[in-house]
Structures are given as C-alpha cells and as structure tokens.
Design a binder for this molecule. Structure first.
Ligand code: AP5
Length: 233
C-alpha cells in the first residue's frame, strides 16, 4: 500500500511523471484535473460548477473537489495505493486527505514536489498539447509527437487545452502558487517531502523521482531532499 502525492505548479510535469512512477510502484494514477475535465465533458452539475473556476484559472472550491477526489480514492483499484496527481492543492484538502486516509488506517507515504520556476512554466504551457482520446501529454518544444498533430500512443488528434492560453496560464500561476506552497509546507512539516529539480529533461526528472523515492522508503527522505525551499516562493 503506497500513497504518493505529486506536487507542482501548473505545468511542472506532474502529469508527465505520474505514469512513470505509477508503473514503478504498480499503482494507478488518480488525477484531479482529469476527474474534473471528465465531469465537465459529461455536463454534470459538478462539471458545470467546476468549469466556471477552471476556465478562469481558479481552484475549484474545496468541498467540491474533496468529495469528488475522496470518492475516487475509495474505488477498488486504489485500495493497493495510488499516485495522487493534482490533489491536494490547498491545506484544507491536505487535511481532508490525511483524515480520510487515517480513518482507513492509511496515510500519505511521500509527497514529491517537482520544482520549476514560474517563467519556465509559462513557456512550457504555451507548447503543451494533449491527445483527445486519453490526455497523453506532449510538448512542441521538448517532447513533440513523432507525427505532427497525432498521438504516438493511441493515434488520436492532439490539441491545446483551453486553460493553456497565456492569460489563463498567468491566472493559474497567480491563483494557485500560494496554496501550493502551503501544501508543500504541510508535507515538509510531516517529514515526508521530497523535492526534485523539474527543470532537468523529462527522463532525468523521472529517474530523480524514482531514485529519491526508493531511497526514502522506510526511512526519512534523503538529506537535502526534504527541506529544500523550492524556487516559486
Ligand atoms: P490540472 O489538470 O491538474 O492542471 P495543473 O495542475 O495546472 O497541472 P497541469 O496538468 O497543467 O501540469 P502538469 O504539472 O501535469 O504538467 P505536464 O506534465 O502536463 O488542473 C486543471 C484545473 O483543474 C486547475 O487549474 C483547477 O482549476 C482545477 N483543479 C485541479 N485539481 C484541483 C484541486 N485539487 N483543487 C481545486 N481545483 C483543482 O507538463 C506540462 C508541459 O511541460 C507538457 O507539455 C510536458 O510535455 C512538458 N514537460 C514536462 N516535464 C518537462 C521537463 N522536465 N522538461 C521540459 N518539458 C517538460
């Protein structure tokens, strides 16, 4: 049973790295953004509410996302553990997660913070593309698909996410970095934070995450990893 929280500002690389760590640990990825986008696409009441916030780059209110995410975490496929991508994103969400896990005799094992400076994030988001079928992530500069406009994995068209336009990206940074740093502090205080340099190439970040995670299992996070302040604050 391993519960790992992946933390990072919008565009830090959570969605890119989550499947790699998930494969390494043999657990599923639960991504809050994917859950919300599915609700928006399905046109549910929750999706309509979420869309109002997402399209403005704001966080969806805590009660809405907490219920949605904790319901997902209770599904059978997550009983052996999970990688949590994008949740928690506020201290209230982190506390709700701690409480829900504690009630089930579980806990967050590690929180991995992918640290990237804001200006690099804005450039990355401008170049990000995702596939329409499964949300596989590409970057026109650093990680393009082999055939332009087509997903390498499932052949579906690749498109820009509506909230990746520059004005929305800047709003996401403005609205979301302060609560993110609060969550980083929450896990630093709990002694389970690992910080990795998210400016390295994708493969190197993946290796750093797996190496730091493996080294930390069953013992405190490696020296110099848990107390790093990061570059966003
Ligand atoms: P969500 O979908 O979670 O978006 P996000 O957190 O803003 O994260 P992103 O998906 O934008 O970035 P990422 O870190 O996954 O980076 P990626 O791997 O794609 O949330 C969307 C919205 O839903 C939020 O704005 C909010 O409104 C709402 N929401 C979600 N969760 C919520 C919550 N808990 N509470 C309240 N509201 C919530 O990489 C980005 C790009 O960079 C890609 O092109 C990739 O190829 C490239 N890249 C990745 N790594 C590297 C690297 N090392 N070097 C170069 N390029 C790289």
């Amino acid at each position: 049973m391993t519960v790992v929280v992946l933390l990072g500002a919008p565009g830090a690389g959570k969605g890119t790295q989550a499947p790699l760590l998930a494969r390494h640990l043999g657990v599923p990825v639960l991504a809050s953004g994917d859950l919300l986008r599915a609700a928006v696409a399905a046109g549910t009441a929750m999706g309509r509410e979420a869309d109002r916030y997402m399209s403005r780059g704001q966080l969806v209110p805590d009660p809405t996302i907490v219920k949605c995410f904790l319901d997902r975490l209770e599904q059978p496929d997550a009983q052996g553990g999970a990688i949590l991508d994008g949740f928690p994103r506020t201290r209230v969400q982190a506390q709700a997660l701690d409480q829900a896990l504690a009630e089930a005799g579980r806990a967050v094992d590690r929180a991995i913070y992918i640290d990237v400076p804001t200006e690099d994030l804005i450039t990355r988001m401008a170049n990000r593309r995702i596939c329409t079928a499964n949300g596989h992530v590409y970057n026109l500069a650093s990680n393009p698909p082999r055939r332009p406009g087509v997903c390498d994995i499932d052949g579906s068209p690749i498109v820009q996410r509506p909230d990746d336009e520059e004005a929305t990206v800047r709003a996401r940074m403005r609205e979301q970095i302060e609560p993110l740093l609060d969550v980083v502090d929450h896990y630093r205080g709990a002694g389970i934070l690992i910080t990795v340099d998210g400016l390295e190439p994708i493969d190197a970040v993946g290796r750093a995450i797996i190496t730091a995670f493996d080294a930390s299992v069953g013992e405190p996070p490696p020296a110099g990893a848990s107390s790093a302040a990061g570059r966003l604050g």
